[in-house]
Ligand binder design. Structure first.
Ligand SMILES: NC(=O)c1ccc[n+]([C@@H]2O[C@H](COP(=O)([O-])OP(=O)(O)OC[C@H]3O[C@@H](n4cnc5c(N)ncnc54)[C@H](O)[C@@H]3O)[C@@H](O)[C@H]2O)c1
Length: 477
């Protein structure tokens, strides 16, 4: 089989197929990316991916072609793992996938034999059959009996891509051509996962619906957290009980600084927009981004609110959108940095794997933001002299929190946006812990007379919990 586009999703998919014994050939338009993968190196950081690539490249099951035509020649089933970026108006930009399909069509014009072209990128319902299919057939001059299209959305999540790609909890295939359906069934037989076969538009919609629901679940937990803070409740005391209902479940019912990543915000907006264009209001979905933006503003306020007079130095720990990845796309660290630096606060920023990407992002900011942000090579340097440390990503090295870090801070205050530290742990490290979603001391269940922008957060009322929680920020696929 073939994979076009060796980005986050395409590369994990290619490596997983190879690991399951399928001869896989990949191609990316970027020469550097082709060279890296051919050498068994991952062009980006994703936990466990490079090790998997090295094994599969060495085994010969995963190869990289120098041209798209080579993939068209060698693979009977070709997956399009091309970008579907958002446009300013919330719609997705189908040009990369339409252009890629046309390019593949021109290559397939010179190839004999039946081919199935599978859209794995996330696209609005109808795209596979009304955009990709016509582009392929138009450019190749072939018929739908020579080139069949199918949809097979991908549900893997960054930070745990390898596990997700190797063992998907379900595989959704949208296909209307019987021979294509048969080929995809036999290709996926090597995976020990349930296969759901539906129409192409049904599969496409399943992906948007899944991501919207997950984003909704996170947003619900975030709204609970904001309310909990105002009524003296610890949000975990609520979500623990709520999530224990198997109809609801714990995963993604987790308060934090708002979701990030390349998928949720783009998919939520594209889903709402696609429905609106067809005269349907998905009002719940339409609210998700508003709630998410409010949560990120709240996280920024929580950090700034710990500084004396709102001025000083913040050590921002973690820049990626979650742990296990270097992906900075839509990371909440970015608006938080803008919020803090924009208010004249000095920011020291650190991440074990995404500092380089962050530096590139920072270069594009106005000078008054840039000048207030320093990227540090080590976490200890980041916290030294800081008035507040803010945990944005629960990387293990931050959770290990050596005592020397507390001593190095000017004021030992930790704003925990991921609720990864327990009170006991913070107390042992002599940190004043301010967790997002903890009730403010002295605030009861009586509605306050006025709702000013009071200082937020402080150690909570001592609810027992594990010394260090198995923190895992939920994010996007
Ligand atoms: N990143 C995720 O976790 C994830 C999960 C599920 C679904 N998706 C979906 O998968 C799609 C790809 O996302 P991504 O994060 O992998 O994007 P990405 O930008 O990391 O990767 C896309 C790759 O396609 C390559 N490319 C672009 N045009 C090409 C062409 N004509 N021929 C060959 N290669 C080409 C790019 O160079 C890049 O390497 C999107 O639709 C996204 O919504 C992503």
């Amino acid at each position: 089989m073939g994979i076009l586009g060796l980005g986050y999703m395409g590369l994990a998919t290619a490596a997983a197929f190879a690991r399951h014994g399928v001869t896989t050939v990949g191609y990316d338009v970027l020469p550097d990316r082709r060279a890296a993968v051919r050498a068994g190196m991952s062009p980006f950081h994703e936990d466990g991916l490079e090790e998997l690539l090295q094994t599969e490249v060495r085994s010969g099951r995963l190869t990289v072609a120098e041209t798209m035509a080579d993939v068209a020649e060698r693979a009977a089933v070709i997956f399009l793992c091309l970008p579907t970026p958002p446009r300013d108006d919330g719609e997705i930009d189908l040009r990369p996938i339409e252009g890629g399909a046309a390019e593949l069509g021109r290559a397939l014009a010179r190839v004999d034999g039946f081919r199935v072209v599978v859209v794995k990128s996330t696209v609005v319902p109808g795209t596979t059959e009304t955009v990709v299919g016509p582009a392929l057939l138009g450019a190749s001059g072939k018929t739908g009996d020579q080139i069949a299209v199918a949809s097979n959305p991908e549900f893997l999540a960054e930070g745990r891509m390898v596990e997700d790609a190797l063992h998907p909890d379900r595989i959704v295939v949208g296909v209307s051509h019987p021979r294509a359906a048969e080929l995809l069934r036999s290709l996926y037989a090597v995976f020990d996962s349930p296969l759901i076969v539906v129409t192409p538009a049904g599969a496409e919609m399943t992906k948007y619906a899944s991501n919207s629901f997950l984003a909704l679940k996170i947003s619900f937990a975030n709204e609970l957290a904001r309310f909990a803070e105002q009524v003296g409740v610890n949000v975990d005391d609520v979500v623990r009980g709520v999530g224990s209902d198997p109809r609801i479940g714990h995963r993604f019912l987790q308060a934090g600084p708002g979701f990030g990543g390349s998928c949720f915000s783009k998919d939520v907006q594209a889903f709402a927009r696609a429905a609106r264009d067809r005269g349907v209001r998905l009002s719940l979905v339409e609210q998700i981004m508003t709630v998410n933006d409010a949560q990120t503003r709240h996280a920024g306020d929580l950090i700034a609110g710990q500084l004396p007079e709102g001025k000083g130095t913040v050590a921002l720990l973690g820049l990626a959108f979650k742990e296990g990845t270097d992906d900075l796309r839509e990371s909440r660290a970015l608006p938080i940095v803008e919020r803090l630096a924009g208010a004249g606060i000095e920011v020291r920023a650190h991440d074990p794997v995404s500092s380089g990407k962050f530096a590139t992002w920072l270069q594009g900011r106005p000078v008054d933001i840039r000048d207030r942000v320093r990227i540090c090579a080590a976490a200890e340097e980041t916290v030294t002299g800081a008035d507040v440390a803010a945990l944005q990503v629960p990387w293990p090295e931050y959770l290990s929190w050596p005592s020397a870090w507390t001593r190095a801070m000017r004021h030992p205050v930790l704003v925990d946006l991921r609720r990864a530290f327990s009170e006991d742990r913070a107390a042992a490290e002599h940190l004043r812990l301010v967790r997002l979603g903890d009730g403010r001391p002295g605030v009861g269940t009586v509605p306050p007379a006025s709702s000013g922008s009071a200082r937020q957060g402080a150690p909570d009322a001592g609810v027992p919990r594990p010394a260090l929680r198995a923190a895992r920020s939920e994010g996007t696929g």
